[in-house]
Design a protein around this ligand. Structure first.
Ligand code: SF4
Length: 428
């Protein structure tokens, strides 16, 4: 386990390059996410007198516009890695290729340090290939690999070719992400807190952020102002894990201030909101504040399964929240409800029942396919079924884990769930 905080704290006058590698996966789309951890760190290093640059290989692959500020991302079919060879689906790179990366590097001064981030554990091939290019192009730079994959799979990440792996949380004064490093931004991505006070058995939030903490209000507002009072930004996505917890003293005042700061700004919550927190007042507040896209975390109506999800919601609470949101004026297509499928020990019948329950009550189910996340209890259950998971993160890919890798669901059954969710969606 390594913590490079002392090294990073001591840097000044250095040239530092941040890299977000392209994504290798079956599917991917721009859902407002940005590599916030890397951006917080680049801002910190810049404040300490370093020169910072960023190449986001996903963002560099954007072309054409999608609703609410998002972009289409260039997709190139690539050969499937060996564990996926027999899976009848296309595998792709999302973002720029090696030549595109070299083109971006050409315009930059040689860095002293390169900070490479990583997200999904099963995206590591994009990280490894990027690392090779960086090594060739800037042979004397010291390369540090951080991010979620590096934190959750440090031993595997050691094979990446990086000089150092940041496998522990950074203990630095990180105050805001350097979003200004993105040219032509059309949306903002905001975190008002880190971590989650709950501990669902399939989620790594409490491993990545052992302590739930809210950012100081002034700091969040300064961050938001830098993101939304600039250029063509009309949309802001919240990436908190527990946005509505303690809403009266944290979220409501913040959101009021954001509305004043930029009237007409459109808000989105790509991470599921805690349904229990949505009462009549909250639903009205979300509507009046300009929320456009809301995701609700129900996951399952099976009480046994709800226990595994920290009992964060029950059926009645969900129905109450849905009804308040509709009364507040949200249309069905603005409200999607996550249903988790393919978790070890989950009864597949309960997935179908949950989708039907949501549809019967006027909601829109959105299937979230389970991916085993190292360090969680569900990962251990998954590794009991597929022991190779412990050494091959690719096998945890959410698109294929339940249907092709573990056999927990057949591909046909998973497709049936997807079709059912699509065909029963209210308002479509
Ligand atoms: S409530 Fe959400 S973020 Fe929190 S532990 Fe559960 S799944 Fe993770």
């Amino acid at each position: 386990m390594a913590d490079l905080s002392p090294l990073l704290r001591g840097l000044s006058g250095a040239t530092i390059l941040g890299i977000n590698p392209p994504v290798h996966d079956f599917t991917f789309s721009d859902l407002w996410a940005k590599p916030l951890g890397l951006l917080f760190l680049l801002d910190y290093l810049r404040r300490r007198g370093n020169r910072v640059h960023l190449v986001d290989c996903v963002y560099e692959g954007r072309f054409g516009f999608l609703p609410f500020g998002r972009s289409r991302i260039r997709r190139t079919e690539i050969p499937k890695p060996p564990p996926f060879r027999s899976i009848p689906r296309r595998y792709n790179r999302f973002g720029i290729d090696r030549n595109g990366l070299i083109e971006s590097l050409r315009s930059l001064p040689p860095p002293d340090f390169i900070l490479v981030t990583s997200v999904m554990t099963y995206w590591y091939e994009g990280v490894f290939q990027t690392m090779e290019t960086l090594r060739e192009y800037f042979p004397s730079a010291r390369i540090i690999l951080g991010g979620i994959y590096a934190r959750l799979c440090p031993e595997h990440a050691a094979r990446s070719g990086a000089d150092e792996i940041q496998s522990l949380p950074l203990s630095l004064d990180l105050t805001k992400p350097a979003m200004d490093l993105y040219p032509d931004r059309r949306y903002g991505a905001l975190l008002t807190s880190f971590g989650c006070p709950l501990a669902c058995e399939y989620c790594a939030s409490s491993i990545l952020e052992p302590r739930f903490r809210r950012r100081p209000r002034e700091e969040v507002l300064e961050d938001a102002a830098a993101q939304i009072l600039n250029g063509d930004v009309l949309d802001l996505a919240f990436f908190d894990d527990a946005l509505l917890m303690g809403k009266e003293t944290h979220f409501y005042p913040l959101c009021r201030a954001l509305r004043k700061m930029k009237p007409g700004i459109r808000f989105h919550t790509p991470n599921g909101l805690h349904v229990r927190e949505i009462d009549e007042e909250c639903a009205l507040f979300l509507k009046e504040s300009g929320f456009q896209t809301i995701r609700l975390s129900l996951e399952s109506i099976d009480p046994g399964f709800q226990k595994r999800g920290s009992e964060k919601t029950g059926d009645k609470e969900y129905l109450r929240a849905l009804s308040f949101l509709k009364q507040a004026g949200f249309s069905p297509d603005q409200l999607e409800t996550y249903v988790l499928a393919g978790v070890p020990g989950q009864n597949p019948e309960s997935v179908e029942k949950t989708i039907r329950f949501i549809a019967e009550n006027g909601g829109n189910a959105r299937l979230a396919e389970f991916s085993p996340v190292p360090g969680t209890l569900s990962f251990e259950h998954a590794a009991d079924i597929v022991p190779e998971l412990r050494d091959e993160p690719l096998l945890g890919n959410k698109t294929v884990f339940s249907s092709y890798i573990s056999g927990l669901l057949t591909p046909d059954r998973l497709q049936h769930f997807k079709d059912l969710a699509r065909n029963t969606a209210a308002g479509r």
